[in-house]
Each structure stands twice: as structure tokens, then as C-alpha cells.
Ligand binder design. Structure first.
Ligand code: 6PG
Length: 242
């Protein structure tokens, strides 16, 4: 694992730096493998990044978009991560519909939706059973409780190591989420973190020792690159890792 921590002066600079990273990874992936596979995070932090990506002139047919997690609501629900990304970015550019690999949330049982999406990934990445895909870039955020994706503290999802996709649980509300091992197989994982409310979580995530079940973002130890892009408000107490 190759870790980089950057503290940017403010959220605007964080978004610009994040855009630079996305574009760099996009260009190298397409040059080397002919396509770019990216998983999006939800919540509020990344929305300006998605808006900025939409302003770029890119080979949209070579870009495949996934989500690292999704609230278990219809795709047109205000809480939907898919809806946010479509409004901010995907509906604004000529990306083929088939390149948008949203997490299904239309099964009565979220377990069935998780299995359905796992099969969709296995088909897209042409995986053998038990094999994990290597996405080019997985974007993540953290909650004030140090969750990431929909891997919430002390939930069963944290213990799932033999699946790509599982069901998360936020205060009884089901989510669909990448598992920690799927995230850790990525070529590059980039956390985008903004705001003073994240300081306590970051201090526990960067502490030499702390309980991963309590601070799930500690589970993210990718084989590839790990980037922490923080604004000053979030990162002012975190020593930069050389
Ligand atoms: C979600 C996200 C979640 C998010 C964090 C941070 O579905 O909510 O995937 O993991 O990244 O909760 O959210 P903010 O960016 O809104 O602080």
C-alpha cells in the first residue's frame, strides 16, 4: 500500500485536487487498458467534483461508472446516490447508458439486490467465482463515525470477506455496499474528506492502533494507491504521511 495524505487549504482546493487525481487516473487507465472504471461515493462532499467532471471533454464511451454504496431507495429518491451523480454529472454528458452500472434497489429484499449486483460485476469484469475485480479508482468519504461506503460501525457488513457486494445497515436502514475486500482490490482508492466534524474520525483512523469495528475506514488498506485528500478544516490535526 502506497499512502499519500494531502491537506488542501479549503473545500474548493480539495475539489480541484480531486478532479486532477480523477483525470490523471482516467488518462492512464485508458492509455494502458482502453477503459476507466470508477466507483463513486455518495453523500454531499463529492457533488462539486461530479459537477466539475461534467465540464470536461472526455472519451465518455471508455468510462464506466459504478457506486461504492447506495441507500436502499428508488433511483429517483432524494437520498439516492445514483440520483445525485446523475443530476450533477451523468445526465450532463453523452456517456452511454450501458456504462452506468447503478446498484439495484428495486428488489423486495436488499439481499437479492446485493446478489444481483455482484452478478452484474462478475459479468462485466468476467470474473470467476471468488475472484475480485480491480477497479481503477474508488472514491470514498467518511462519516463522523468513521464509516466509509456503507460499512458502518459494528455491523455485519464489516465481517463479509468472501463477497463483492453486501447489505449495509445504517441505524436499521438497509444499504447496498462494496465490501472491504472489493475496495482493497482497487488500483487506487481516494478518500475525500471535508469539514471539522471529521477530525475525530480521522484521528482514530490515523491512530497507530484503534478498533476497526468501531472505525471501519481503518479496514481500507488497498493493495494499490491510497490517497487521503482533506481540506484544512478536516485535516489540520493529521500529520502528513510522507
Ligand atoms: C453515503 C456515502 C457515505 C459518505 C459519508 C460522507 O452513501 O452517504 O457513501 O459513505 O461518503 O457518509 O458523507 P458526506 O460527504 O455527506 O460527509
Amino acid at each position: 500500500m502506497n499512502t499519500t495524505v494531502e491537506v488542501l487549504p479549503d473545500k474548493t482546493a480539495l475539489i480541484q485536487r480531486s478532479l486532477d487525481l480523477v483525470l490523471t487516473k482516467l488518462q492512464s487507465a485508458i492509455a494502458e487498458r482502453g477503459r476507466f472504471t470508477i466507483a463513486l461515493s455518495g453523500g454531499s462532499t463529492p457533488k462539486p467534483l461530479y459537477e466539475a467532471i461534467a465540464t470536461q471533454s472526455l472519451p465518455w464511451d471508455k468510462i464506466h461508472v459504478f457506486w461504492g454504496d447506495e441507500r436502499y431507495v428508488p433511483a429517483d429518491h432524494p437520498d439516492s446516490n445514483e440520483r445525485m451523480a446523475r443530476q450533477a454529472w451523468l445526465d450532463q454528458v453523452p456517456i452511454p447508458a450501458a456504462n452506468i452500472h447503478a446498484m439495484p434497489t428495486d428488489e423486495a429484499d436488499p439481499v437479492d439486490a446485493a446478489q444481483k449486483h455482484e452478478q452484474q460485476l462478475q459479468q462485466f469484469f468476467q470474473l470467476q467465482p471468488g475472484q475480485f475485480p480491480t477497479l481503477d479508482l474508488i472514491l470514498l468519504g467518511i462519516g463522523d463515525d468513521a464509516h466509509t461506503a456503507s460499512l458502518f460501525p459494528h455491523t455485519e457488513a464489516l465481517q463479509v470477506h468472501d463477497r463483492l457486494i453486501t447489505v449495509g445497515n445504517k441505524d436499521g436502514q438497509p444499504r447496498i455496499t462494496f465490501t472491504a475486500p472489493l475496495i482493497n482490490h482497487a488500483r487506487c482508492v481516494a478518500f475525500m474528506v471535508a469539514g471539522a466534524s471529521k477530525q475525530t474520525a480521522l484521528s482514530q483512523i490515523f491512530a497507530p492502533t484503534a478498533d476497526e469495528m468501531t472505525y471501519p475506514a481503518r479496514l481500507i488498506q488497498p493493495e494499490g494507491e491510497l490517497w487521503w485528500l482533506l481540506d484544512q478544516a478536516a485535516g489540520e490535526t493529521i500529520p502528513a504521511i510522507a
